[in-house]
Design a protein around this ligand. Structure first.
Ligand SMILES: Nc1ncnc2c1ncn2[C@@H]1O[C@H](COP(=O)(O)OP(=O)(O)OP(=O)(O)O)[C@@H](O)[C@H]1O
Ligand SMILES: [Mg+2]
Length: 383
């Protein structure tokens, strides 16, 4: 049994000299039984630990022996050295070796080589670390793609206003200062918007608690219309608005919802560009309070519509049919709207199937109950 066992067995006398080893122990340390039995001190003790191991050996006979022996039975981990100098971790379970008359003659130990287990643990730790690094990289990648996508719009606007200003300076007249002032104001606004986009995309990717504020739909539209008009002008597209007065209010993260409006209007303008006759290029932006708790937005174009094979993949990140498209616009729109508890869908813009309309819903702010409660005249204080 001792010869067949894969666990190393070792017996030592009270002075710590080896009195017995089995073949598994010899294989583990790479020394023969004769070499081990002849040594004054275990040759598998690494030189750097010898002092420690000697001290530990000495305490085995001192006053703390009982406590140490009890702990050794439970097993303790230490380091041994093979004949070739390689250090390796071992687990030792040890019990006093008692002879027939009940006197302790030394110790008996079972020794397990832990190096295989350690390398598996190390591998799994490295894999875990790599996994976490990949997850972090994925977030950085997601953020970089979204940022470059969303920053395109304010940057394109800044470039447009700047080249417009340069043209004004080429042939200055009496109106030039006022127009320059307006263009510079727009440039400043767009630069600020770019800063807000960076912050909100960052928060969005990190899935942080988002700031939801109650805001009038007219304010949201005012923020994006200058940009939408700038884009529409290039392709000769007219913008039509259908917004009731007073405009409904919604509860949302305004920068992200503005990005949704910019993405949908941009898609609509791009869909008509080149395909729809110039006279018919109209983009309709509509807003309606369709339910006491919900406001519905729509962006309708007169483009070629969406064929079924494109419709099936519309919201897949990086799906695009445009050469210079990233294919992130619609997937971002849907995620933003769904994070607000709303829904985004699309369909033909007219009953005959022409054009496309994208619709989405946003929650209306909860009306504070004190406002709608009828006033009880008996308790109303005199103004
Ligand atoms: N109003 C629309 N009319 C027709 N096709 C559309 C419309 N909106 C989107 N699509 C189709 O859906 C695809 C994906 O749109 P999405 O906005 O996600 O990406 P993109 O516009 O191609 O690129 P970008 O990331 O720059 O927005 C477009 O490439 C286009 O084929
Ligand atoms: Mg797009």
């Amino acid at each position: 049994m001792e010869d067949s066992l894969v666990t190393g067995l070792r017996a030592r006398d009270l002075q710590g000299r080896i009195t017995y080893v089995n073949p598994a122990f010899c294989t583990m340390v790479g020394l023969s039984a004769d070499e081990l039995l002849a040594a004054d001190e275990p040759p598998y003790w690494p030189p750097e630990h010898r002092d420690d191991y000697r001290r530990r050996q000495a305490t085995r006979l001192g006053p703390e022996a009982a406590a140490i022996n009890a702990a050794a039975r439970e097993g303790f981990e230490t380091e041994f050295m093979r004949k070739n100098g390689e250090r390796f971790p071992v687990m030792i379970y040890e019990a006093p070796l008692v002879d027939g008359s009940g006197a302790q003659a030394g110790w008996m130990s079972a020794v397990l080589d832990l190096s295989a287990q350690r390398s598996v643990e190390e591998l799994s730790r490295q894999q875990q670390e790599r996994l976490q690094a990949t997850a972090r990289l994925a977030t950085v990648g997601e953020m970089a793609s979204l940022l470059s996508h969303e920053l395109n719009q304010p940057l394109a606007a800044i470039a447009s206003y700047a080249s417009g200003s340069l043209n004004l300076l080429d042939a200055p007249d009496a109106d030039t200062p006022a127009m320059l002032r307006q263009a510079l104001g727009r440039i400043a606004e767009q630069a600020e918007r770019a800063g807000r986009v960076i912050k909100s995309v960052h928060d969005f990717v990190r899935r942080r608690e988002q700031l939801h504020e109650a805001i009038g739909v007219d304010q949201l539209l005012d923020a994006v219309l200058p940009l939408v008009r700038l884009q529409a002008r290039k392709s000769g597209t007219r913008i039509e608005l259908d917004v009731p007065t007073p405009a409904p209010r919604v509860s949302c993260d305004r920068t992200m919802v503005e990005q949704v409006l910019l993405n949908l209007t941009r898609n609509g303008i791009q869909a008509m560009d080149g395909t729809t006759p110039v006279a018919e290029r109209v983009l309709r932006i509509g807003v309606q309070q369709t339910h006491p708790r919900w406001v519905t937005f729509s962006v309708a174009d007169a483009g070629p519509g969406i064929p079924p094979d494109v419709a099936a993949r519309l919201f897949t990140p990086f799906f695009t049919t445009r050469r210079e498209g990233m294919g992130l616009g619609l997937s971002l729109c849907r995620t933003v709207i769904e994070q607000h508890g709303g829904a985004l869908d699309f369909g033909p813009a007219t009953p005959t199937g022409g054009g496309t309309v994208f619709r989405f819903t946003l929650p209306a702010p909860r009306v504070a109950s004190s406002v709608s409660r009828p006033v009880d005249s008996s308790t109303t204080a005199t103004p």
